[in-house]
Design a protein. Structure first.
Length: 412
């Protein structure tokens, strides 16, 4: 008889997950003289800070691969930010670009990331603050790696609504459409240590961060920030709650465009947060699982709406530069994170989750760059804000995203 003995040191068992998380504040100074992002109606310089902004990072390692998920409480991730940050993370922290998911929570209460100089957009100095914080958060999270267990669960919250509303004149624009598609699911990815103490929780919900409207003059992380802070308070330090935006391109909160009343934001954050905590209690976690990641860029023909007021009765579209969409796939054990670099409409997200061969699939939008609004094919039948401002011609985005990510899943 031949006996073979295998030995591993703690944390080096292949397929055993280690994880760490960190949070870095990116609230700008009160006197920074930056405009608030997200509303064309206003270039208002913010007048104060209502609540802080953060970058949050989760790093996972299986002994062979290391990956990072980063959420930034800003409007979006520019393509330049993705390129610069992924390069720095690779060079300074050792995580490959294909293993990085850099996302924005899409709050419309954060500083603008660019300004207009001689008719061209130029990134502001604040972008450097966000990039530095993302790199540092990943570095700190990597330094906290410990044996961990992960798990997945789904809850429900009726706080979002389709916003492609039909008006009396027959046209469609921003409003409330209770009959339109809307994904109410709250995705929860849990990470805990071997003593069942939470390390991090990833929250995924499809809604714009626009409870505070264009009349708001204070910096705020809006609903995403309120939810993350509530969950962190409930779990206690050092747990980190990362908000990620689902397919929210056509989804608004059921109560939005507030002026100076922040109380409903806190209330909605508590409702969502309590659902997350409830789901966490029901999740069965596992200490085993491999990490796999891949990315690709797909290209769609471009369009541009003819100049004129929006909305209007008739629209004409011309050709424009092609639109590049970055697709990112990160698989952690039995959980699949599918990232898309744009504002994806609900039907695409629902189709992807329905067709995914993996039951535990979350769609992370505004991930690894920005490609604008990405509508499903049928959405082009009604020209709404999302269609009029999309740079992608009809017949490409839905197939490019769903088929592209499905092919990436098959290869993994």
């Amino acid at each position: 008889m031949v006996c073979i003995f295998l030995f591993w040191t703690t944390g080096e068992l292949l397929g055993a997950i280690r994880a760490g998380a960190a949070r870095i504040e990116i609230t700008p100074p009160k006197d920074a003289r930056l405009a608030i992002a997200g509303y064309e109606e206003s270039s208002q310089i913010y007048e104060g800070i209502h609540d802080p902004l953060y970058v949050r990072a989760l790093v996972v390692d299986d002994g062979r691969e290391r990956a990072a998920i980063v959420t930034c409480e800003i409007l979006y991730i520019t393509n330049e930010m993705w390129e610069a940050t992924s390069r720095r993370v690779s060079e300074q922290v050792g995580i490959r670009p294909q293993n990085l998911m850099l996302t924005a929570v899409h709050t419309h209460g954060a500083p603008k990331l660019d300004s207009n100089v001689d008719g061209k957009p130029v990134l502001t100095a604040y972008v450097g603050t966000v990039e530095d914080a993302a790199v540092e958060a990943i570095r700190q999270a990597s330094g906290k790696l410990k044996p961990a267990r992960t798990g997945f669960g789904v809850g429900k919250a009726n706080l979002n609504i389709n916003r492609r509303a039909r008006f009396a004149d027959g046209g469609y624009w921003l409003g409330f459409n209770p009959e339109g598609p809307s994904d109410k699911s709250v995705g929860v990815f849990a990470v805990e240590d071997y003593s069942s103490r939470p390390i991090a929780v990833l929250i995924n919900y499809a809604v714009h961060g626009v409870m505070m409207g264009w009349r708001n003059h204070q910096i705020t992380a809006d609903l995403p920030g309120a939810t993350s802070r509530f969950v962190e308070q409930q779990l206690g330090d050092p747990a980190v709650a990362l908000w990620t935006s689902g397919a929210a391109g056509d989804q608004n909160p059921i109560w939005n465009d507030l002026d100076t009343d922040y109380d409903p934001v806190a209330a909605f954050g508590r409702i969502l947060g309590e659902e997350v905590v409830k789901v966490l209690r029901s999740i069965r976690t596992s200490e085993r699982g491999s990490i796999r990641a891949t990315q690709r860029v797909v290209t769609c023909p471009g369009q541009q709406v003819a100049p004129g007021p929006l909305p209007r009765a008739h629209y004409e579209f011309g050709d424009a530069d092609p639109v590049h969409i970055r697709l990112s796939l990160l698989m952690i054990g039995h959980t699949t994170l599918a990232g898309v670099s744009g504002e994806v409409l609900t039907r695409i997200g629902q189709r992807l989750k329905n067709e995914s061969p993996f039951a535990h699939t979350l769609v992370l939008t505004l991930c690894n760059g920005y490609s604008g609004y990405l509508p499903d094919d049928d959405a082009y039948q009604q020209i709404s804000y999302e269609i009029a401002t999309s740079h992608v011609k009809r017949g490409c985005a839905e197939g490019a995203i769903v088929d592209g990510l499905m092919d990436m899943m098959d290869r993994e």
